[in-house]
Design a protein around this ligand. Sequence first.
Ligand code: FES
Length: 104
Amino acid sequence: MDWDDLKVATSTVRCEPAGREVVVVHGTNLVEAVHQARLPLGQSCNGLALCGFCRVTVVAGAANLTPQAAEESRLLRTLHARADERLACCARVVGPITITTDYW
Ligand code: FES
């Protein structure tokens, strides 16, 4: 077995303007990443794409998140979210990304 086969893909998640950065395993959702960065993030539906309180703005690296599923798209439309906003409970990291909220 080649040890390179066992490497787990990771990427950075940067939280601005707090200036916090964490390295997460690909597939980690943004709620988990923000908690690793020890920052607060609103949520009340426990990741069911119902409340919208976990909404974050993607500053850079939007293509490095998993695509929106139907539930996330529906709630973002209902909330009249901007195109650069995602639900942190739904978006999973697949590359470097920078996010922000208006309360960090
Ligand atoms: S935690 Fe409710 S929509 Fe993300």
